[in-house]
Design a protein around this ligand. Structure first.
Ligand SMILES: NC(=O)C1=CN([C@@H]2O[C@H](COP(=O)(O)OP(=O)(O)OC[C@H]3O[C@@H](n4cnc5c(N)ncnc54)[C@H](O)[C@@H]3O)[C@@H](O)[C@H]2O)C=CC1
Ligand SMILES: O=C(O)[C@@H]1CCC=N1
Length: 291
């Protein structure tokens, strides 16, 4: 892996990618991060010894792959700088977007004609090299360029190639999906406390249960239906719990929530003033919910 890589946006996803690439053996000298916040830049320099700059044009000079990991409403600003960057001569620069809801066509319209663009929907388990990334080639990205993006992303988890029209649905399942499981764990911890456990006990029980269940699902070769049936003894405790989940409409809630997520992603693609088109969050920033 000798290609020079620039990561524009050193937030949660940008850092996850940076850490993953370094862990996978990519030399730090082949990496550069573009970050607007001075405080965040200092953290990245301290933690990874990577070069961090606030100048997009300077950072992408000589970079074979440029990952765009800023919020969707900042993408147009970044594209203006990318559009002004010198070309790389023979080595065409590949722009890889990690931003939710921004179509490859918007990149292609701003970048020099025929620029290769690849759009990706990753997720935050990338921080522990367990990402699920869905990759969609733009109209000018050739097979080798897509393969390079896939290879880099495989250093931080699994990769699936899908047509771009699937990305709203992908966002509803794997992009936002980690938050659904975190919410479930939060609810289980509160429920454990209500049943008399300490919060620490309930947290340890719930976290290890979700981790073990995930590994079992990924590694046993069995389906979620088989595995649920294996936990559910006839007339037993699990059946009593599952009956209540069905009575309160868990499947309906999942259908409605994922439909709302896919629609939010599609809405962002239709409108450039992305943040303004988002529904109000039910959470405060202090609750730690964002992303
Ligand atoms: N957080 C998540 O679970 C996921 C996020 N994404 C996408 O990844 C992108 C990044 O998301 P996060 O990492 O969560 O956001 P974040 O807010 O943690 O990171 C964004 C970073 O970009 C920096 N930044 C802002 N303007 C800049 C500019 N002009 N030049 C350089 N840096 C700039 C910010 O200071 C910040 O550090 C978003 O587009 C989001 O849609 C995709 C999938 C999952
Ligand atoms: O909530 C969001 O908009 C981003 C995209 C997928 C996960 N987080």
């Amino acid at each position: 892996m000798t290609e020079r890589v620039a990561i524009v946006g050193g937030g949660k996803i940008g850092e996850a990618l940076l850490a993953g690439l370094i862990n996978a053996g990519k030399p730090v000298r082949d990496l550069v991060v573009v970050e607007r916040s001075a405080e965040r830049s200092a953290e990245l320099v301290d933690d990874y010894g990577v070069r961090v700059t606030d100048d997009v044009t300077d950072a992408v000079d000589g970079a074979r792959v440029v990952f765009v990991a800023v919020k969707p409403d900042v993408v147009d600003t970044v594209l203006q700088s990318l559009g002004k960057a010198d070309d790389n001569g023979d080595e065409e620069r590949i722009t890889v977007s990690l931003a939710a809801g921004v179509p490859t066509s918007r990149y292609e319209a701003s970048l020099p004609a025929g620029s290769p663009v690849v759009r990706v929907m990753p997720n935050t388990p990338m921080l522990v090299n367990e990402a699920m990334s869905a990759v969609s080639p733009g109209r000018y990205a050739n097979d080798d360029q897509v393969a390079l993006a896939v290879r880099l992303l495989e250093t931080v988890g699994k990769v699936m190639v899908v047509p771009e029209k699937s990305l709203d649905a992908v966002t509803a399942i794997s992009g936002s999906g980690p938050a659904y499981f975190f919410l479930m764990v939060e609810a289980m911890i509160d429920a454990g406390v209500a049943l008399g456990l300490t919060r620490a006990q309930a947290a340890e029980l719930a976290v290890q249960t979700v981790k073990g269940s995930g590994v079992l699902l990924a590694e046993s070769g069995l389906t979620s239906v088989d595995l649920r049936a294996a936990v559910t003894s006839p007339g037993g405790t699990t059946a009593a719990a599952l009956r209540e989940f069905e009575r309160y409409g868990l499947r309906h809630a999942v259908n409605e929530a994922t439909a709302a997520c896919a629609e939010a992603s599609a809405r962002m693609a239709r409108r450039p003033e992305i943040e303004g088109s988002r529904p109000a969050s039910p959470f405060t920033p202090e609750s730690g919910v964002g992303g």
